[in-house]
Design a protein around this ligand. Structure first.
Ligand SMILES: [Zn+2]
Length: 210
């Protein structure tokens, strides 16, 4: 993907996420890795109002080369890329159902959501819960760092999900699968459920571990 194509793809995804209510206000941010740096969504702009020419163009040290100032959560993106050499894109949302799950008591902090569907296991895998720190705080990035080698998706407590993917479409597909699974999980509260068995999950992970 050329830089021009990446700029267009980020803006297209932003509009799509916003139109479907997966992000709102000026929350949520998207980044794509380039050969010599990053493209990132700017701070204080709604994802349906992105201008390809004004995206933050950062060098390999996250210094701004052109465009508007990057999201205040850029350090979160950086820690995901540093831990995952295969990451080509990162998407972070404050999507409603994922945030709701991030405040539930008595969840397994090593894997917050049950394996309800095969696609969740294939696209998200295990989802650890990162303890609460204020947005943009370097302590938040440091809490994420040790998890990133083993996980491409994490859920920030009382905040929202961060997902890396080999491509922008892979990261978007995974965070959307995560949000839908969070919704299903909440719909099923109070019901007896039959998630995938450990054997079924292991078979999927052997074939599709993201
Ligand atoms: Zn955030």
């Amino acid at each position: 993907m050329t830089e021009t194509e990446a700029r267009e793809a980020i803006c297209r995804l932003g509009r799509s996420l916003f139109a479907r209510g997966l992000t709102f206000g000026s929350s949520g941010n998207i980044s794509v890795r380039l050969d010599d740096g990053w493209l990132m969504t700017p701070t204080n702009v709604a994802l349906d109002q992105l201008d390809p020419a004004r995206l933050s163009r950062l060098d390999g040290d996250l210094r701004l080369l052109s465009g508007d100032a990057p999201t205040k959560e850029s350090v979160l993106h950086r820690v995901m890329y540093e831990g995952r050499a295969d990451a080509g894109a990162v998407v972070h949302l404050h999507s409603t159902y994922s945030v709701a799950v991030s405040v539930l008591e008595d969840v397994d902090p090593d894997d917050v959501l049950p394996p309800i569907t095969a696609y969740y296991v294939m696209r998200v895998g295990r989802l650890p819960l990162v303890p609460y720190f204020p947005p943009g705080d370097s302590a938040l990035a440091e809490a994420v760092r040790p998890l990133v080698g083993r996980h491409h998706a994490v859920l920030l407590a009382n905040h929202g999900p961060v997902v890396a993917g080999t491509s922008l479409s892979a990261a978007a597909g995974a965070i959307e699968e995560l949000e839908e699974t969070a919704k299903l999980h909440l719909l099923l509260q109070g019901h007896r459920i039959r998630p995938l068995t450990a054997e079924q999950v292991a078979a999927l992970r052997a074939r599709y571990e993201p």
